[in-house]
Structure formats: structure tokens, C-alpha cells
Ligand binder design. Structure first.
Ligand code: SF4
Length: 335
């Protein structure tokens, strides 16, 4: 296999094959070839977005011990980080979204733990939607849902949902892959965009697993895909598996870009970094409130970045930043 042929294929607008993805993922992160892959992915990302990256923002409306027990998540009951259940008031949720609007986030993601009462989530969402700017794009980040609940999310004013089949889903989590995929279908049938990602990547994941996951995310026809590394939660069993460095993450972000059709404009990474942006990421998230990668109840006092700090990371990486509602959502297409 030859890197020049693979790049030529990508430039012709073709999606790379599984074997080609495995080959690119297997290159040493600091090799000349990987820098070429990152350059190519960055060029493609810029071409698809007119050189303007986006900053979105997420807040959690609750935190609680979650029985789904995803080993990488600070909410997982088994990890024993959050032992009490707490939720925001509707006023606090509205205040977070208004702050993100003022800061210039292009979309706002409302997250809840998988066991949070769906009726309560819809009730708060309805109040939030009424109180914020009509043009603000809302995404939900919630647990698996039925078709009926997917329609209710759409009716509550969400444009899309962030939903992922996580690496080693069913092994490192208590959730079956089929259920995750069924939820994605339910959301799409309800008319919601799907944002997804290859995550949470650790040193143990093979190039074959990553390539399979890149292909799976492409098969959803998402509004964005991307790649994110796992952040070790101190004191948990999974933290012993370690962390990949930002360079390796940037390589995977770049390969993910080349594994998506050009109809998928967004290419996210988390946590935000210049190397990710240089590798072709054009979407970062600011975060406030509880965060599944943090042990602080308010991640703005811990790991979470602000809209402004993330814009700076893009600017340091020689990206311009889009201002206005996200162009990645099909509901906002043509802006
Ligand atoms: S990732 Fe979601 S489903 Fe898994 S433990 Fe955390 S809150 Fe629960």
C-alpha cells in the first residue's frame, strides 16, 4: 500500500477502505507519512468549512451515579466518584444556555446521565427552548431512547442528538451495541441529526478496532464524526490502562476525516488541542457543570474549556472561527 495512492484517492472525493484506514492508523505518529495524512485531512476540513471551525458548548442538567457503568465515565456507579444525585433548576439551565449564546457557541448540547427521568428532561428542555434565542441550535446528549421519545426530543426543539457506539461497547460498558445503534436509527427517523465520534480511545485499542469504528460512524451519515481520547479518571480501574498522547489522537482525527464521505462536514475532537486542529478537527466543545471526564462537580473549575479559550486554540492553529448557528446541522444547511 502506498501513501501517495491513498491521498490521491481521497483527493478524488473517495472514502478510504477499511484496509487503507488500518494502514494509515498503523503509521508511526511522528512519521513523515502521518504528517502528510494530517495535512491532507486539515486541508479537506478547511475546504468543506470555508476555513471556519466551530465551537459548540455542552452543559449537564444533572449528575448522579449511573447504573450503565461505563468504566471510563466519572458518573458510573462502579467508579464511586459521584454518590449523590443533583440536578440544575430550570433557571440555572436557561442561564447556562444564555451565557453560551453570549459567548458565541454555534450549538448548545444539553446532557443528562442515562438514568435521568426523560419526562423531566423534556420539561426542562421545553422551558429552555422558550427562553432562548429562536436561532440557537440545541442538541441532546441523553441515553438510549425509543422512537416515541426521539419524536418528543424533536418536538421539544432539538435539532440533533449526540450519540455514540463507544469502543468496546458492551465490554467496558453495560450497554449492548445493538441498543445504541437502534437509538441512532430512532433519532434519525424522528428527523434529528446525529453527531457521533470514535471514542473514548485508549492505548489498548487496535488499529483494526479504530478502523471498524470509523466505518461504523460513517455508516450513520452523521452531521459530524471525529475522534476523542479517553481521559483517565483518577483512582478508577480503567485509569491503569493509560492515555494516548495528543499526537496519536491528532493522527486518528486525521484518519477519521479521510474515512468520512465529504457530505460529513464536521470533524470533532475532545479534549481540544492545537494538534487536533492541525490534524483536521473543526469542532471543539466548551463545557460547564458536570462532565463525565472530570471529578469536579463544575468542570469549569476543572477540565472544561470556555468558548473563548477554544476559539483561541483554533486561532493558534491558524483556523478562523465561524460565528452563527452551526452549519453542520442539516437543519441549518445553506447558511
Ligand atoms: S457514559 Fe452515560 S451511560 Fe455511561 S455511565 Fe456515564 S452517564 Fe451513564
Amino acid at each position: 500500500m502506498n501513501i501517495e495512492d491513498i491521498i490521491k484517492k481521497s483527493r478524488m472525493g473517495e472514502v478510504l477502505s477499511y484496509k487503507e484506514l488500518v494502514y494509515l492508523l498503523g503509521l508511526p505518529p511522528d512519521s513523515r507519512e502521518t504528517y502528510r495524512v494530517m495535512a491532507e485531512a486539515a486541508h479537506l476540513s478547511r475546504r468543506l468549512t470555508d476555513g471556519k471551525a466551530e465551537v459548540h458548548a455542552q452543559f449537564a442538567i444533572n449528575f448522579a451515579p449511573c447504573p450503565c457503568d461505563c468504566l471510563f465515565c466519572s458518573f458510573a456507579k462502579v467508579n464511586g466518584i459521584f454518590n449523590e444525585a443533583t440536578e440544575l433548576s430550570t433557571e440555572q439551565a436557561i442561564a447556562y444556555v444564555r451565557q453560551f449564546e453570549t459567548d458565541g457557541a454555534s450549538a448548545v448540547f444539553m446532557m443528562a446521565t442515562a438514568n435521568f427521568a426523560f419526562e423531566r428532561f423534556i420539561k426542562i428542555s421545553n422551558e429552555v427552548r422558550k427562553a432562548i434565542r429562536p436561532e440557537t441550535t440545541l442538541f441532546a446528549n441523553v441515553g438510549d431512547q425509543s422512537s416515541r421519545n426521539a419524536v418528543r426530543l424533536k418536538d421539544a426543539g432539538f435539532s440533533g442528538v449526540y450519540h455514540v457506539v463507544r469502543l468496546r461497547e458492551g465490554e467496558d460498558t453495560a450497554l449492548p451495541v445493538e441498543k445504541r445503534i437502534q437509538s441512532i436509527r430512532n433519532f434519525q427517523e424522528a428527523g434529528l441529526d446525529i453527531g457521533t465520534c470514535v471514542e473514548p480511545i485508549g492505548p489498548e485499542h487496535t488499529n483494526e478496532e479504530l478502523a471498524e469504528m470509523i466505518e461504523l460512524t460513517a455508516s450513520f451519515n452523521p452531521c459530524f464524526s471525529g475522534a476523542a481520547r479517553r481521559i483517565p479518571i483518577p483512582g478508577t480501574s480503567m485509569s491503569k490502562r493509560g492515555i494516548i498522547n495528543e499526537m496519536r489522537m491528532a493522527q486518528i482525527v486525521a484518519v477519521t476525516r479521510l474515512g468520512m464521505p465529504e457530505s460529513v462536514i464536521g470533524n470533532c475532537t475532545h479534549e481540544p488541542c492545537t494538534l487536533g486542529a492541525i490534524g483536521g478537527a473543526n469542532l471543539f466543545w466548551a463545557e460547564v457543570g458536570a462532565n463525565p471526564r472530570d471529578i469536579e462537580e463544575k468542570t469549569e473549575e476543572g477540565r472544561g474549556g470556555t468558548v473563548s479559550s477554544l476559539k483561541s486554540i483554533f486561532e493558534e492553529s491558524n483556523w478562523n472561527v465561524w460565528s452563527g448557528p452551526t452549519r453542520y446541522s442539516q437543519h441549518n444547511a445553506g447558511q
